[in-house]
Every structure is written in structure tokens, then in C-alpha cells.
Design a protein around this ligand. Sequence first.
Ligand SMILES: NC(=O)c1ccc[n+]([C@@H]2O[C@H](COP(=O)([O-])OP(=O)(O)OC[C@H]3O[C@@H](n4cnc5c(N)ncnc54)[C@H](OP(=O)(O)O)[C@@H]3O)[C@@H](O)[C@H]2O)c1
Length: 351
Amino acid sequence: MTNGYRVAVVGATGQVGSLMLELLRGRSFPASEIVAFASERSVGRELEGGLVVQGLSDESIQDFDLALFSAGGSTSGEWAPRFADAGAVVIDNSSRWRMHDDVPLVVSEVNPEALDHHRGIVANPNCSTMQMVVALKPLHEEAGIERLVISTYQAVSGTGRGAVEELLEQSHALLHEREIAPPSQYAHQIAFNALPHAGCFADGDDHTDEERKLINETRKILDDPEISISATCVRVPVITGHSEAVNVQTRDALSPERARELLAAAPGVTVLDDPDDALYPLAIDAVGKDDVFVGRIRRDPGHQRALDLWIVSDNLRKGAATNAVQLAELLHERGLIRAQAIGDRPAGSRA
Ligand SMILES: NC(=O)c1ccc[n+]([C@@H]2O[C@H](COP(=O)([O-])OP(=O)(O)OC[C@H]3O[C@@H](n4cnc5c(N)ncnc54)[C@H](OP(=O)(O)O)[C@@H]3O)[C@@H](O)[C@H]2O)c1
């Protein structure tokens, strides 16, 4: 690799896409050219930094080394295999390919070795899963996680730009004693509310898809199908920054002091844990930062081998864009960007 990679960012006008563009530049990723893609609505629009948005077509997707996707599951379903067939390695933020057996689901601090087996598409985990496993990894290595009971408090930016606008419009209307428009992003008013309904309910399932992602992706990333997991995902009127209350039951004994020590030494984790001084992670403080913040580390009074943690991170950064760019960096460092053979794609991934 001498002149740098030709990189596509698909969904470049969105929250995650625009941050990926910023991070590729800010972290000096070795790109010779970056091309921004979005929907037909945005074609021709000039983005910050002078990139002009392109549309996806069989011609426009040729000759890329790397393609970072954040344009929703259906766009990834259709276009990620096409980019991969044209020779690019795809890093996909959507849930479309995450649970596919041939697609590594990777968090840079947790299971980077999984990248070695990629076959053209690499998946970036769901934001709530991502921040949680960064904190759980050192505890799992030390004492083996047996069971997790998780409640999330998820920010609206996790739903997309439209949801942020809806929260702000509703808040503004209510503060000015005006009627709000019927909600379009969520089933109910999100302003001044908490919705036990993050994601959607698939037919016949009493869990939302967000809860299923948290359960299934955690097991895949930690490579341990035996961990039993209970999850309730709640959407709250926070713009950015997911918070999670996690009860961690381990196979071996683990004291809060030892957990604090392990977390303080873990890559990508910052411990903020001094309740007497009102010090614990807060969503508003996590915004714009790449770390996962952990606090309220304490013994569960109801179980000898369980701890309670409070885990917070910026869902658009570590929960999406930062990890995607970190995966690009790891692929580069491991010489995995041009190493794949055309035709060796995940089974069923051809468009
Ligand atoms: N937000 C998070 O916390 C988070 C975390 C992890 C993963 N993700 C995933 O990342 C993706 C994007 O999230 P976001 O929050 O950035 O959403 P967003 O702000 O709503 O942006 C969506 C992006 O997708 C583009 N797009 C939509 N339809 C398209 C099409 N048919 N062809 C090409 N581009 C299309 C949009 O382009 P236009 O501007 O032209 O419409 C825009 O660039 C989703 O898959 C989401 O699940 C998000």
C-alpha cells in the first residue's frame, strides 16, 4: 500500500456517515481518495470539506478498496455485496449482516482477531451492544460471565436524524404549551417520556429487535453462546449518549474492587466512580468522546457473584463511527484490505 486506499462512505450525509468522514480525516487514515455516497435525494450536494455526494450505481461503486456503510439495512443488503464483489472490504454499521456466520462482528478492543477471517464484509455491532462489551470483556476474561440483566436508556440519535428533530420539535411545542404533531418516529411522544420500546416488535416476539440484538450480538462478540441474557431497551429523551444499567453475574468470584481495577486498565474504558462526590458517567459528558465510561461499580446485594455497573458512551462515536474507523485501521495494519479473493464472499451475500 503506497498511495493510500480509495474509500467509499455510504450514508455520508447522515449522523454516523458525517462523523466517519470527520474521523477518517482526523485520525489520518491512509486514504488516497474518499467518495461520499447517499440517497438520490442528496446527489450533487456539497458536504463540509468539499466532497460532492454521489449516487450508488454499478459504475460508481467500482475500484474501491474500502467501503464504510451507514445507510440502513436495506441499502447494506443491496449494495454491500456489490461493493465487496467489486473488490472493496465493507464495514457495515447496519444490522443486515451482523449475525451472518461468515461475517465477523467486531469491536476493536474486544475481538480484533475475528477480522482475520473476513470474506469481504465486516459488521459493526449495535451501539448498545458495542459499549457494553468493551466494559464486559475484562470481567469476562477474569471471572467468566454467566448471566447479564440489562436495562438501557437509549438516546434518540440512535434512531437517526429524524428522531432528534422529533424530540426537539415536541419539546419546543410542549414548552410553549402547543399541541404536538402526531409522532412519526416512535409509537408515542418521546419528549418528557420513557418508551419501553426501542426498536420494533417483530411478529410474535415479545422482545424488540433492539433487545434481541443486544442478546445475540453480545454472545457472538464474546464468543460464548452460554451466557444467559435478559434485556429491556428503553428510549429516553436524551439526544446523544446511551446509558445502561448492567447486572453482571460471574462464574468465579469477582469483587467490586478487582472489577474497578480491571476496568481502569482496560483499553477504551474510563472509570468514573466516586458516588460520594456525585461522580459517575453521564450521557451529556460522554458526547464527543470515544471512550466507554463505567461507574456505580458495586456488589449486587441479592447475589454473591453479581455486580452492578452503569455504562455510558456516545452512541454515534464508539457506538458506531469510531469503531468503524478503528476497524478500518486494524484491517490496514493487518494487511487485510486487499488480501481478499474475489468470489470468496459470505454465502448468500451476492446481490
Ligand atoms: N445512530 C446510531 O447511534 C447508530 C449506531 C449504530 C449503527 N447505526 C446505523 O447506522 C445507519 C445510519 O444511522 P444514522 O443515525 O447515521 O442515520 P441518518 O442520520 O438518518 O442517515 C442515514 C443515511 O443513509 C442515507 N440513505 C438513506 N437511504 C439511502 C439509500 N436508499 N441509498 C443510499 N443512502 C441512503 C441517507 O442519505 P440521505 O441524506 O440522502 O437521505 C443518510 O446519509 C443505520 O443503519 C443505523 O442502524 C446507527
